[in-house]
Structures are given as C-alpha cells and as structure tokens.
Design a binder for this molecule. Structure first.
Ligand SMILES: *Cc1c(COP(=O)(O)O)cnc(C)c1O
Length: 366
C-alpha cells in the first residue's frame, strides 16, 4: 500500500464545481484586489475566530510582520519566540528589524516552556510570539499573565491552528493579535499564498490595513512606509468556500488522530501529548517522536508511507542565524526534538485501511 504524507485531492474534488463557478464569477467581475470577496472573507474569518477584525494579507510571514509593524516593534527591540518552530516565526521578527530571543519548548507539548519566558525578558522586550505548534494551543493564560506583568504584547502564530480551541476559546482571539497562514497545506489553505491578521484591537487593525496597502488609507496619500501585502479576490473567494468546510475537515483530522492515539502502541514511539487546557487540537500535524528517527523514517518510506520532519534544524542552528553565534548545545531541548520528531500522514479523505496500515506498520517497527 502507498500512503502519501499529504493529499489534497479528496478535499478539492468535493468542492470542485463550487470553486470553478466562483472563479468564473470573480473573473466576470473584473475586480481583483480589495473587493467584496476579501471584505466578506475578512468578516467571516473574524467571526470564525470569535474576534472583531480580520485583515487579509499575502501570507503568514507577512501577517506576523504586519503585526510587529503595527505595534512599531523594530530596530533595538527584542521579541521572544520559540526555539522550536517553523523559521517564519523568527524571520518575521528579523524582517521587522528586531531581535528574536529564543525560548526552549516543553518536551511534552513541544510548545514554548512558559517557566522559561520571564528569564528571557529584558527592558528591550516588546512582545512574545506564541506558536500553536502542530495545531495544539500554547499555554496562553500563563503567557498573557507574564506579558501583562511586563507590559508587552502577545502575538499568536496561528499558522498551524485554524479552529483549535484553548479553554473554550478559539485561537486567533487569545492574545493581542494573531497571524494566520493559508498556505495550501494548512488546515485552511488557499490555492496559492495567502494569510491574515486577526485582532480585537481596532486601532491596530486600522493601521495594519494601511501598512499592508503601501501605508495608505486614501489612495496616493501615504501615512506609513508601508508594504504591499494584500489578499486577492480569487484567493479570498476560494477561502470563503473552504471556510464553510473547515469544521468538517478538522473533525475528520481529529478522528484520524484519535485512531492513531488509540492504535499506536509501539513502546519505541512517543505519541503527542494533549494538554488539559486543550479543548480542541487542530491536528495540523500528527508528530511522533523516537530515538533512531532516521531509521524509522526510512522503514516507513520503504513500507510506502510518506513522512516529513517538522523541523530538522532548530532556529539557532540555521545558517540564516549564524550571525547570532549560537552553537550546538545552546538549546538542547529544541535540538533533541529536531533529531527525534517525525510527522505521519493525516489528511482529509484518508481511508480506514490507510489509517490502519499506518498504525500496523508503525507497531511492527523493530
Ligand atoms: C506556515 C507557517 C508560517 C508561515 O506561513 P506562510 O504563509 O508560508 O508565510 C508561519 N508560522 C508557522 C508556525 C507556520 O507553520
């Protein structure tokens, strides 16, 4: 049997006609930037997150960057980010001109260890970016508490957590502002690059809307040295159709995750740990951990099961950050995770026999 790591075909086949008809509608409207589809999507996605404002933008990296710009965080400032995340979290900080300060993850949740945040805060710290890694919410109450005490902002990197719920509240509404990515493989994905900022902060929303559009609220009158990062009408129209399916797709992901959690019983394999504050995990990724990970990956690959490592190199060891002069051993938990994690197939439309084959193959390892 062959089980690919990801397959968007089932999902896309189910909405094929609706997407094609909508595409024709946008095509016939001849209005492609900042029109009614974007406006409607922004309202619908803000509603989905139980937040007041949503501003569409070019991608998830830009969403985080725009939030930092909106809060005027830049040169000379520090922003706390996890040492264990996708590099976009940290690059958004660098791109804004500020310095990322890495904080180690908790080995069980893989999210930032909240006991280590305060010692990383200095008088230059302006914000904490909490990543809901793999779809599990970060420990937001504690992060908000620390941030309030030090008068700094809390930014959610929700790129992997559309629809995840923390203590009965949706991600995207848990901090001061949240960045979402709609990269095609995310739980809610466009047919290309797209992203959004979600916030309850009216002033921030208004400012980000301008910064993302050349710093302008009124055409040819430029208040800020802005950028061009806009969600376009075609992607917004597609996202509106997909948003209607998101709860169903996330439920399906959850069913697969429950089958894996119950079925995988190989003592060499550490399964994901679900925090008691997690009301709903978005299961963007199902990540297992094992010593001998590379052998394990090869074994699964030889058995026809696609896997991906999220992520093989922690931030501080990336060549892009060699200027920070970190060495191996500086963030040992992130390093350990990077050598042990492996993401296994989890996608809408997986068949029961495919799920069972993944479980049986994993249980037969060694
Ligand atoms: C995907 C992702 C991003 C970046 O999103 P893009 O749309 O690819 O720019 C940021 N943070 C995390 C955690 C991600 O997984």
């Amino acid at each position: 049997m062959y089980v690919p790591f990801v397959n968007l075909e089932v999902m896309h086949n189910e909405i094929r006609n609706e997407i094609f008809n909508k595409f024709m509608e946008v095509y016939n409207n001849n209005w492609f930037i900042l029109g009614n589809e974007v406006k409607s999507f922004e309202e619908e996605f803000a509603d989905f997150c139980n937040a007041r404002y949503c501003i569409g933008c070019g991608n998830g990296l830009d969403a985080l960057y725009l939030i930092l710009r909106g809060y005027e965080i830049g040169v000379g400032d520090e922003v706390i980010v996890p040492s264990n995340t996708y590099i976009a979290t940290s690059l958004a900080v660098s791109y804004a001109g500020a310095k990322p300060i890495f904080v180690e993850p908790d080995i069980n949740s893989y999210n930032m260890d909240t006991d280590l945040i305060e010692q990383a805060i200095t008088d230059r710290t302006k914000a904490i970016i909490a990543v809901h890694l793999y779809g599990q919410p970060a420990e937001m109450s504690r992060i908000n508490y620390i941030a309030q005490k030090h008068n700094i902002k809390v930014i959610e990197d929700s790129a992997q957590a559309h629809g995840a719920i923390y203590k009965n509240r949706k991600t995207g509404s848990l901090g001061d502002a949240a960045g979402f990515s709609f990269y095609p493989g995310k739980n809610l994905g466009a047919l290309g690059d797209a992203g959004a900022v979600v916030t309850n902060d009216e002033e921030l929303a208004d400012k980000i809307r301008a910064i993302a559009n050349y710093g302008s609220r009124r055409k040819y009158y430029n208040r800020y040295k802005g950028t061009n990062s806009r969600l376009d009408e075609v992607q917004a129209a597609i996202l509106r159709i997909k948003l209607k399916q998101l709860n169903k797709w996330n439920e399906f992901r959850d069913k697969i995750a429950q089958r894996y959690l119950e079925g995988i019983n190989n003592s060499q394999i550490v399964k994901p740990h679900i925090g008691d504050y997690t009301t709903k995990h978005a299961w963007h990724l199902f990540v297992v951990r094992s010593e001998g990970r590379d052998d394990f990956q090869k074994y699964l690959n030889d058995s026809g099961i696609g896997t991906v490592i999220h992520y093989p190199i922690p931030m501080h060891l990336q060549e892009a950050y060699s200027d920070m002069n970190f060495t191996r051993g500086d963030f040992p938990i992130a390093e350990k995770i990077s050598t042990e994690v492996l993401s296994i197939p989890l996608w809408y439309g997986m068949k029961e026999e495919e799920i069972q084959y993944v479980i049986d193959t994993i249980n037969a390892w060694r």
